[in-house]
Ligand binder design. Structure first.
Ligand code: BES
Ligand code: ZN
Length: 619
C-alpha cells in the first residue's frame, strides 16, 4: 500500500509538471484521497489481510450460515488492532491462531456501511478466527424455498457480494482496495451441491462437505457461494455450466459458444489467468443479468432464450476476468474502470464471434441507453470518475460507467488505430494484473503508453473523465440493419403488422428491441392488438423483448398484456427489468394500485438489491 502511494505521488507530480492541462489532477486534495476507499470502516491500509479461510454450514431451516472465518496477515506487522467490516452479523467469539480468546468490540452501526469490528490481536499470532453467524437481515444472501426453483424440490441459496454486501455474510475488510486468496469448507444439507468463486466440484459429495480453494488473490466482493440441487455439464475442456438438473441441458445448449469466447478473449488481450471458466445459471430471483465471480460467473436464467440471442452477457462477465477481476477498481469511484473496459472488451468478443454488423447493433443500443441515461442523471453522476462518498456504491451502476466508458475507449481506438489500442490494452492488463487501480493512475498510464501531451489534450481526455455529458468527439455508430428496422416502423404505422411478417422473419432479438423501442410514444389499441396478434409479443419467450413490450403496454394502457406482465413481475427478480416497469407503472394512479397489489406477491421473490430499489419506487 505504501509503495503504491509513493509511486502514485511521484507519477502525479511528473504529470502535473509536464502537463499544464491536467488541472483536474492538480486540484485533487491529496493523493491519499484518490486511493482511499470511503466505503469501508476497516483499517485495510494499515493492516491488510492476505488470506482467508471459511468454515460454514448452510442452514436452510433457520436461513443462516454459521461457522467461522480465519484471516491471516503478513508477518512483521506493527499494528495490533484489526478493524473489519460487518453488517447484520452475529459475532459469537474471536480467537487468535493458537486458540486464545481475543477481546473485540462492535462499533456504532451505520446504515450504509454497517458496524466496524475491532479486534485486539495477539502480537505473536498472525491470524484471527472469528466464530459468527449471519442473520435474517444479511443483505448479500437470498434464501429460496423449493417453489422458487425450477425443480420445486429443494431450497436454494446464493450470495451477491458486489459492491458492499460481502460484509453481511463474512466479517472482512470489505473493500476492493485489498486482494486475498481464500479457501473454504462448506457443509450442506443432503442432495445439495455448493459452488464458489474458486476451484469447484463437478459432482455431489456423499458427505455433504465441499472444499474450495482460490489461489489467485481477489478483492472480497468477488467471494461468492451458491448452494442448490445442482448438476454440472461440460461444454468443452475448460468451460461448463451448473444449473438445476431440469435446466442444465438447455443451459449448456444456449451457452455452447463459451469455449470459443474464452479463446477469442485470449487472442485479444492475453492468457486467461483463472484456470476454468464456468457459469452457474441461478433461479429467476437473481437480481442481476450476470455477476463476474471469478471462475464461476453467476447468471440470470432470463438469458436462456432458446436461440442464443442473449449470450453477449456471458461475453461481458467473461471479459471481467481481465477488466475487474485481474485489474480491479481500487475504489467504487473508479467503477467505470471495471465496467466501461468490460463493455468494450465484450463487444470485441462479440465482433470476433458474430461479426461487425452484429456487434454494431449492440453498440448502437448502448449509445441509445447512454443518451437516455444522460437525460435522467444529475451532472455530477455523468462523470466517468465519480465521487460516491456517502452514497451507496451500487448507485454508480448506470450507463455512464458502462456506455460512456465504452465510447471513451472506442474513441481512443478510432483515433489511435485498432492495432495500437489492442497492444495498449494487452499491456495494461499485463502490467496491472492482480492489482488495483484508480482513474488517475490509469490516465497517467494512458498518457505514457498510448497518447502524448498533445493528443491527450486534443482528444478531450479530461473532459471525458471529469465532466458531464457526451463530448463532441464521441464516435458515431451506424447500423444498416437498424436503419432497415426504422423503415419497418414506418411501414407498420402506415400499413399494419401483416406487412412486416416477411422482413421481420430474419430479425434477431436486437432488431426486435430496436423496433419496439422506436415505436411512437402513443399507439392506438388496434395497433397494439395488431402487433400482439401477429407476433404474439405478450407471450414472447425472450425476456428482453418482453420487458420492452411490457413497457410500451404500460405506457399505452394496453390491458391485454397485463396478465402476463403480472406473471413476469412475480417470477423475475432482475432489477434491470423490474425498475423501469415499476417506474412506468407508478406514473399513473390506477397502474400504481395495480402494481402495489402485484408487488405484495412478488416482493418475496426478489433479492435485497431488487426489493430495496422497488420499495423506494412504490414507497
Ligand atoms: N458487475 C456487474 C454487476 C454489478 C454491478 C453488481 C454493480 C453490483 C454492483 C456485472 O458485470 C454486470 O455488469 N451485469 C450486467 C450485465 C451486462 C451485460 C451489462 C447486468 O447484470 O445487467
Ligand atoms: Zn459488468
Amino acid at each position: 500500500m505504501k509503495i503504491k502511494l509513493i509511486a502514485l505521488i511521484s507519477a502525479l507530480f511528473i504529470l502535473c509538471v509536464s502537463c499544464e492541462s491536467n488541472s483536474k489532477i492538480k486540484k485533487t486534495d491529496s493523493v491519499n484521497n484518490l486511493i482511499m476507499d470511503t466505503h469501508t470502516l476497516s483499517n485495510y491500509q494499515d493492516l491488510p489481510i492476505v488470506n482467508t479461510h471459511l468454515e460454514l454450514s448452510v442452514n436452510f431451516q433457520e436461513r443462516k450460515l454459521k461457522g467461522s472465518v480465519t484471516h491471516e496477515f503478513e508477518a512483521n506487522r506493527k499494528i495490533n488492532l484489526l478493524k473489519l467490516d460487518t453488517k447484520y452479523l452475529k459475532i459469537d467469539s474471536i480467537q487468535d491462531g493458537n486458540g486464545n480468546t481475543l477481546e473485540y468490540s462492535l462499533g456504532e452501526f451505520d446504515e450504509l456501511l454497517g458496524s466496524p469490528l475491532s479486534v485486539n490481536l495477539n502480537p505473536k499470532s498472525n491470524s484471527v478466527v472469528i466464530f459468527y453467524e449471519t442473520t435474517k437481515k444479511s443483505e448479500a444472501l437470498d434464501w429460496l424455498v423449493p417453489n422458487q426453483t425450477a425443480g420445486k424440490m429443494y431450497p436454494f441459496m446464493y450470495t451477491q457480494g458486489q459492491s458492499i454486501f460481502t460484509r453481511s455474510w463474512i466479517p472482512i475488510q470489505d473493500t476492493p482496495g485489498i486482494r486475498i486468496t481464500y479457501s473454504a469448507k462448506i457443509k450442506t444439507p443432503k442432495n445439495m451441491m455448493a459452488v464458489m468463486s474458486a476451484a469447484n466440484p463437478q459432482e455431489m459429495d456423499t458427505n455433504n462437505v465441499y472444499s474450495f480453494k482460490m489461489n489467485q488473490p481477489i478483492p472480497p466482493y468477488l467471494i461468492a457461494l451458491a448452494v442448490g440441487n445442482l448438476e454440472f455439464k461440460a461444454i468443452d475442456s475448460r468451460t461448463g455450466v451448473y444449473a438445476e438438473p431440469s435446466m442444465v441441458v438447455k443451459c449448456a445448449n444456449e451457452l455452447i459458444d463459451m469455449g470459443k469466447m474464452v479463446d477469442s478473449a485470449e487472442n485479444l488481450y492475453g492468457a486467461y489467468d483463472w484456470d476454468r471458466y464456468d457459469v452457474i445459471v441461478l433461479p429467476p430471483s437473481f437480481p442481476f443479468g450476470g455477476m463476474e465471480n471469478p471462475r464461476l460467473t453467476f447468471a440470470t436464467p432470463t438469458i436462456i432464450a432458446g436461440d442464443r440471442s442473449l449470450v453477449s452477457l456471458i461475453a461481458h462477465e467473461l471479459a471481467h476476468s481481465w477488466s475487474g477481476n485481474l485489474v480491479t477498481n481500487a475504489t467504487w469511484n473508479d467503477f467505470w474502470l471495471n465496467e466501461g473496459f468490460t463493455v468494450y472488451f465484450e463487444r470485441r468478443i462479440m465482433e470476433s464471434l458474430y461479426g461487425r454488423d452484429y456487434s454494431e447493433m449492440l453498440a448502437l443500443l448502448g449509445f441509445q441507453d447512454l443518451e437516455s441515461q444522460i437525460t435522467k442523471s444529475k451532472p455530477n453522476m455523468q462523470l466517468l470518475r465519480l465521487n460516491m462518498m456517502g452514497k451507496h456504491p451500487d448507485d454508480a451502476m448506470t450507463d455512464i460507467a458502462y456506455e460512456k466508458g465504452y465510447f471513451f475507449l472506442r474513441m481512443l481506438e478510432e483515433n489511435m488505430g485498432r492495432e495500437k489500442m489492442d497492444s495498449f490494452l494487452k499491456n495494461y492488463f499485463k502490467d496491472h494484473k492482480f492489482q488495483t487501480i484508480v482513474t488517475e493512475e490509469f490516465l497517467i498510464y494512458l498518457k505514457d503508453n498510448l497518447l502524448d501531451t498533445n493528443s491527450y489534450q486534443d482528444l478531450n481526455i479530461d473532459q471525458w473523465v471529469f465532466e458531464p455529458g457526451i463530448p463532441e468527439n464521441c464516435p458515431i455508430v451506424k447500423s444498416l440493419r437498424f436503419e432497415n428496422v426504422e423503415t419497418s416502423v414506418a411501414i407498420f404505422l402506415e400499413n399494419g403488422a401483416e406487412e412486416l411478417k416477411e422482413s421481420s422473419d430474419v430479425w434477431s432479438t436486437h432488431e426486435w428491441l430496436h423496433f419496439l423501442k422506436h415505436l411512437p410514444d402513443t399507439l392506438a389499441l388496434v395497433q397494439l392488438l395488431d402487433l400482439d396478434n401477429t407476433f404474439n409479443l405478450s407471450n414472447s419467450g425472450n425476456s428482453e423483448i418482453l420487458a420492452v413490450w411490457f413497457l410500451q403496454s404500460i405506457k399505452n394502457d394496453y390491458r391485454p398484456a397485463f396478465e402476463n406482465l403480472e406473471k413476469f413481475l412475480v417470477k423475475i427478480g432482475r432489477r434491470k427489468f423490474l425498475q423501469p416497469l415499476y417506474l412506468e407503472l407508478s406514473k399513473n394512479e390506477d397502474h400504481k394500485i395495480w402494481a402495489k397489489n402485484v408487488y405484495q406477491k412478488a416482493r418475496q421473490n426478489y433479492h435485497y438489491v431488487s426489493f430495496n430499489t422497488i420499495d423506494k419506487i412504490l414507497n
